[in-house]
Design a protein around this ligand. Structure first.
Ligand code: F6P
Ligand code: MG
Length: 477
C-alpha cells in the first residue's frame, strides 16, 4: 500500500522531522497542558478531578517524548482507528519517539492526546486548541476585513457581467481566489512555535500575496481552471444530465484559512464553476489548528455578529493596561454580514456541505485511502475537482516520502493519481521536506539561496517555513 521510496523519520537529523520532534512537539504539548490547567482551575468536583488526570497524562506523554521512550499503544476510546494505530506500532516494532516515520509519529501525537479527552466523561468534547484558534483568528482582523470588502466588490462585478462573461477575466479571478486560499495556509498555528503574530499578519494581506506570486514553484491553476470550465460548458450543452458539478475542499486550518476557503467556496458557487461544495473536516482537534465542525460554527457566528466577536476582549487579553480593540466601522460590519448571508444561503440550499470523516485523522498516508476508507475514495470520485489544502494534506498525498523533487506530482501520489478518477489540486505552502513536481535543478538553486540549507547542502531548509508554495494538479484520467 505504501510507496517503496523511504519516508522521512524523526531520526533524520537533517530534516524538519527531527527539529519538529525535538523542539516543536514539546512546545505544543506544553501549550496543551497550560490550556487544560487554566480550564481546570475554573471547575470543581468530578470535572476538576478528571481535568487533573488529563494534565497528568499530558505531562507523562511529554516526558516520554523528550526522553525518547517507546511509543506506547493507544488506549481504546471506542473508535475503530485505535486498532490501526496499534497495529502500525507493532509493525514498526514498538519504536521510540526519535526513530519512527515522521508522519505516523505526528498523527499518533495528536491521536493520543485525543484519547485522554475522549476517555473522560466531562472533557469528552473539549477542544484543547480552541483558545489559540480563536485568538489568532481575531488577530487576523485586518486581513479578514480587507478580503470581505474585496469579495463584496467582486460579487457586484460578477452580477453585472453575468450575461457576457469574459473567459480571460474569469481565469484571472479564479487564479486570484485560489492564491488567496493558498497563502491563507501559510499561517497554521503549529508553526507559531517559530513565527510571531506580526509575521503572521504580514503573511496575510493582499500586498504580501502579490509579492509572493513568484514563490509559487509549480503553478497548475491554469489547467485546473480549464477542467472546471470544460465541465461547465459540457453541462450547459448536455443539461440536465450533468448538472451536478461538485468540488471537494479537503480543509486544513480553522480561523483565517477556513475563512479564505469559505470565500473561495462562495466564489466557485457564485461564478457557476461548481454547483455544490463539500468541505471535508476532522472529527476532533488535530495538528493544533485543523478545522473541526465547532470551528465552522464559530466562524459563521463571528461573521454574523462581528461586533461582539471583535470588540469584546478575550479573557487572556483582559489586561488592565491593554487598549480596547478598536470599534468596527459600519461598512466593515456590512461586508462581513454580506459574506455570512451568502454562505448561509448556500448552506441552507444544500450547496455548501460540511462532511467530517474519521479517515482524515488516521495515522497513514492517502496512499491507503482506497483500502482504509473505500467509501471516502468512492465519494471523491463523484466530484469534478478536489482541492487539498495545506502542508499535512500534501505530505499525506505524497506519503511523506523522500522523493526526488523532480518526481512528477502524479507519480508521488500513487493510487490517488493516474486512473484514480479523482482530479487532485494541492494548494500547499511548503512546511516540510517532501517536495515533488519541481523542475530539475530548482531544489539545488533554492538550497543555495540564503538560509536555504546548511553549510553542507544537506538540509532542505527553504521548504520548512511556508515561504514557498506549490499548486499541483493531477488529473485522475
Ligand atoms: O509538523 C508537521 C507539519 O506538517 C508542518 O510541516 C506544518 O507546519 C504543520 O504540520 C501543519 O501544517 P498545515 O496546517 O499546513 O497542514
Ligand atoms: Mg493544519
Amino acid at each position: 500500500l505504501d510507496p517503496e521510496t523511504r519516508q522521512y523519520t524523526t531520526a533524520d537529523k537533517d530534516s524538519f522531522a527531527y527539529i519538529t520532534t525535538r523542539d516543536r512537539w514539546p512546545v505544543i504539548i506544553t501549550g496543551a497542558i497550560d490550556d487544560v490547567y487554566r480550564s481546570v482551575s475554573r471547575t470543581e468536583g468530578d470535572k476538576l478531578e478528571e481535568g487533573k488526570e488529563i494534565v497528568k497524562q499530558l505531562t507523562a506523554m511529554k516526558y516520554e517524548l523528550q526522553h525518547d521512550r517507546k511509543m506506547v499503544p493507544l488506549q481504546d476510546d471506542g473508535q475503530t482507528d485505535i486498532a490501526l494505530y496499534n497495529k502500525e506500532l507493532e509493525k514498526l516494532k514498538h519504536p521510540t519517539w526519535f526513530n519512527v516515520p515522521w508522519l505516523f509519529a505526528e498523527c499518533y501525537f495528536y491521536r493520543r492526546i485525543q484519547t485522554f479527552f475522549a476517555l473522560s466523561i466531562q472533557w469528552a468534547t473539549y477542544d484543547v486548541f480552541s483558545r489559540q484558534k480563536l485568538s489568532t483568528f481575531r488577530s487576523s482582523r485586518s486581513a479578514v476585513l480587507e478580503l470581505a470588502s474585496h469579495y463584496r466588490t467582486l460579487r457586484e462585478q460578477l452580477t453585472s457581467h453575468k450575461s457576457s462573461p469574459d473567459p480571460n477575466a474569469e481565469e484571472v479571478l479564479f487564479r486570484e481566489m485560489c492564491e488567496i486560499c493558498l497563502w491563507g495556509n501559510a499561517t497554521d498555528l503549529s508553526l507559531l512555535t517559530s513565527l510571531s503574530y506580526e509575521d503572521i499578519q504580514k503573511l496575510q494581506g493582499s500586498e504580501a500575496r502579490k509579492a509572493s506570486e513568484s514563490n509559487i514553484l509549480t503553478n497548475d491553476l491554469g489547467s485546473a481552471f480549464e477542467v472546471l470550465q470544460k465541465a461547465k460548458e459540457s453541462a450547459k450543452r448536455d443539461a440536465p444530465f450533468l448538472q451536478d458539478r461538485r468540488i471537494d475542499i479537503v480543509l486544513d486550518n480553522a480561523g483565517f484559512e477556513l475563512y479564505v476557503d469559505l470565500v473561495l467556496a462562495a466564489y466557485l458557487l457564485d461564478s457557476g464553476l461548481a454547483t455544490t461544495i463539500i468541505l471535508h473536516a476532522k472529527k476532533f482537534p488535530w495538528f493544533v489548528s485543523d478545522v473541526i465542525p465547532a470551528d465552522f460554527a464559530s466562524l459563521l457566528s463571528a461573521l454574523a455578529a462581528p461586533k461582539p466577536f471583535y470588540e469584546t476582549p478575550l479573557d487572556d487579553e483582559n489586561l488592565a493596561d491593554a487598549a480596547p480593540p478598536p470599534a468596527l466601522e459600519l461598512k466593515e460590519i456590512e461586508d462581513l454580514n454580506f459574506i455570512f448571508q451568502t454562505l448561509s444561503s448556500h448552506h441552507a440550499e444544500g450547496k455548501l456541505i460540511l462532511r467530517p470523516h474519521p479517515f482524515w485523522t488516521y495515522g497513514g498516508s492517502f496512499w491507503r485511502m482506497h483500502a482504509e476508507a473505500p467509501d471516502l475514495y468512492e465519494d471523491l470520485k463523484g466530484g469534478i475537482l478536489s482541492i487539498w489544502k495545506g502542508d499535512l494534506n500534501y505530505r499525506k498525498l505524497c506519503a511523506d516520502a523522500d522523493w526526488d523533487p523532480a518526481t512528477p506530482f502524479q507519480e508521488a501520489i500513487g493510487p490517488m493519481g493516474k486512473n484514480s478518477g479523482i482530479n487532485v489540486l494541492a494548494l500547499r505552502t511548503c512546511k516540510a521536506d517532501v517536495v515533488t513536481g519541481l523542475k530539475k535543478g530548482d531544489d539545488e538553486r533554492l538550497k543555495e539561496m540564503e538560509g536555504g540549507s546548511d553549510e553542507f547542502g544537506k538540509q532542505r531548509k527553504w521548504a520548512w517555513g511556508g515561504k514557498w508554495a506549490l499548486c499541483s494538479l493531477s488529473q485522475g484520467k
